[in-house]
Design a protein around this ligand. Structure first.
Ligand code: NAD
Length: 410
């Protein structure tokens, strides 16, 4: 199944509940603009390589479009289209004044030197600079991109358009970034995990948790949750799954991952095949890596009773239905990982006001934004007797629909 078909499936399910008219359905499943560009890079050894880059702008009814930039070999126009649409629903669910966009380059960033990565980023910005900007479309980090990449984007864009750091978020703190942005997505996952379990009447102390992916999102979620006394029994990255049924010592895991830039070689755990993490006997499962990892093939083996989608689109539609039938509670991506875009919004606000917030203020405002969104999704789910994903889509779609109608067509 194509990534965009999966997103459209969830969209339609919620649109049916809302009895959404055909004209607005068609408008909302179609992107405003889809741009594909050649990214030509001179490599360190003098060879010239050509990559494909994309920026999809899905909807701007509620404000400038906003969405991350992914560097990964699997990046395709269809995947970016699907992720851009998810951004529209995500920004609407947490009620920040943005629309949705996404971008990416089909490249394995780990095979490029730092200078090659910088040249690739600058060449990509050369291709898209006209369609992004602080009032139109604001990129941010996603898989494979870092705060350093965001700095290069800003610098390259400003060569064409002049000083305006609000063109991109997720920048280094000393280069107009926001305190708390780097931890925000993982911290948000943690905040929402506690809220969800509380609502479900489950104690966090004994909640055995497994986290797939130990990059920006997975590592910060693990840190936050272990500090909140969740026993983290398994984590994984591309090098394998690290398991300790008694709970991993997160301080030593974080130290190892900081020193080695990978979990490879971590000895205080049993090493299992990488995909075993998804089917371990745990209470809470947090996919925080790739899309489509819970699918027809493994869904029957998933034992967790609660899943929090820290990654985008980790559960495919059929697997979603099968989990719902079994009574597994899933907190959907468009709410679960919205902490990142929320603090990106705070960064943009600070850039525009030439003012800096303290880390405490960022954390407090993040907590309050996510708490409000969580309660609204929870109430929608009770009221409409639908799962949390359908409830979140219903909330997001209603807000975008209303903004579209208020602005008028034509
Ligand atoms: P990242 O590049 O920092 O980390 C990705 C991690 O996944 C790495 O540890 C990598 O080794 C691991 N990984 C890759 N393939 C794997 C596999 N097959 N099994 C296990 N681990 C694997 O990326 P990130 O920024 O942490 O993003 C992770 C997910 O969260 C993505 O789906 C992204 O779209 C989503 N997300 C990120 C942000 C953000 O602020 N960074 C915001 C919202 C959503």
């Amino acid at each position: 199944m194509k990534a965009s078909d999966a997103t459209t499936y969830f969209f339609n399910k919620a649109a049916d509940q809302l009895c959404l008219a055909d004209w607005i359905r068609k408008l909302l499943v179609t992107s405003r603009r889809e741009l594909a560009v050649q990214v030509i890079v001179e490599m360190d050894d003098g060879r010239v390589e050509t990559f494909l880059g994309y920026r999809v702008q899905h909807d701007n009814a509620r404000g400038p479009m906003k969405g991350g930039l992914r560097y990964h070999l699997d990046v395709s126009l269809d995947e970016v289209r699907s992720l851009a649409s998810l951004m529209t629903w995500k920004t609407a669910v947490v009620d920040i004044p943005y629309g949705g966009a996404k971008g990416g380059v089909a490249v394995d960033p780990t095979r490029l030197s730092r200078r090659e990565l910088e040249r690739l980023t600058r060449a990509f910005v050369d291709g898209i600079h006209d369609v992004i900007g602080p009032d139109t479309d604001i990129p941010a980090p996603d898989m494979g991109t870092t705060h350093e990449v965001m700095s290069w984007i800003r610098n390259q864009w400003e060569k064409y358009h002049g000083f305006n750091p609000a063109v991109v978020t997720g920048k280094p703190v000393e280069e107009y970034g926001a305190k708390g942005r780097e931890e925000a997505t993982g911290r948000g996952v943690g905040i929402l995990a506690i809220k969800l379990l509380k609502r479900m009447g489950v104690k966090v102390e004994g909640c055995r948790t497994a986290i797939q992916g130990f990059g920006n999102v997975g590592s910060h979620a693990a840190k936050f949750l272990s500090e909140a006394t969740f026993p983290i029994v398994a984590i994984s990255d591309i090098s394998g799954c690290y398991y300790n049924p008694k709970g991993l010592d997160m301080k030593s895991v974080l130290k190892h991952s900081l020193e080695h830039k990978s979990l490879a070689g971590y000895k205080q755990a049993e090493l299992l095949p990488v995909d075993d993490l998804l089917t371990l006997d745990v209470d809470l499962l947090i996919p925080a890596a790739l899309g489509g990892v819970i699918n027809d093939e493994n869904v029957d083996k998933v034992k967790a009773r609660t899943i929090i989608e820290a990654a985008n689109s980790p559960i495919l539609p059929k697997a979603h239905e099968s989990l719902a039938e079994r009574g597994v509670t899933v907190l959907p991506d468009i709410l679960a990982n919205a902490g990142g875009v929320t603090v990106s919004y705070f960064e943009w606000v600070q850039n525009r006001q030439h003012y800096r917030w303290s880390l405490d203020r960022v954390r407090q405002e993040l907590d309050s934004t996510l708490s409000q969104a969580f309660e609204q999704v929870w109430q929608q789910s009770l009221q409409s007797k639908v799962d949390l994903r359908t409830a979140a889509f219903m909330l997001g779609i209603s807000r975008v629909h209303r903004a579209t109608e208020l602005a008028g067509i034509g």
